[in-house]
Design a protein around this ligand. Sequence first.
Ligand SMILES: [Zn+2]
Length: 252
Amino acid sequence: MAVSVGGGVDRLADLVRDADSVVALTGAGISVPSGIPDFRSPGTGLWENVDPMEVAHIDAWRADPQRFWHFYGDRFQSLRDKEPNAAHAALAELERRGVLTGVVTQNIDMLHRRAGTQNLVEVHGTIEHSSCLDCGDQYPLDVVRLRLAQSADGFPACDCGRPLKPDVVLFGEWLPEGALERAYGMAAGADVLLCIGTSLEVQPIAQLPGITQQTGGEVAIVTQGPTPWDDRCAVKLDGDVEAELTALVAAL
Ligand SMILES: [Zn+2]
């Protein structure tokens, strides 16, 4: 039965304390306090008058890398100065204490890594590097940004001359198989899947709570707004994500 009233953090702390393996699944909501809007949500102002489903599509990158990077470069820029927040820090602390097995994230913003999370699965990739799909060379973000800024063509190029593609999963692309397998394995092995800042509506990540439950684990949710799992989870907290996770760390 879902619990969303006072005492929810204590209930969550009990669940976590009784678990041998706790895995966090995080979405855009955990990075909102860092000033990163959920770019899938309308009205966030990031790409006004532009449909990210169209621009951030693999076909758009193939057809017109200059236009792709014109918009995507702005996204890189907007993420550049963002810092991990207390929610990212709480998960890193729980991992350090041996409470948390790892984090599966839909986010591409590097903030879990920068907060200190070690066992991290980035199912939608990361802006941390970009790759050449022709020769396979990979370049770190700083190099990509420099090449974009200095490029006469309007896109960062590989040494071989071909345009680079950020190592994020664009619309129209498959999720990386290795990352998905790791995510499924972690969900199957979890006594508690702690879903944070995710609507649990984007496939295939939306399958993870079901995998945890089928293998005998519990689903806990710390997310503002409804999810399809609200009536099937052990606990649902819908307060501020930083406050809820900070309280969880304090309660353990
Ligand atoms: Zn190349």
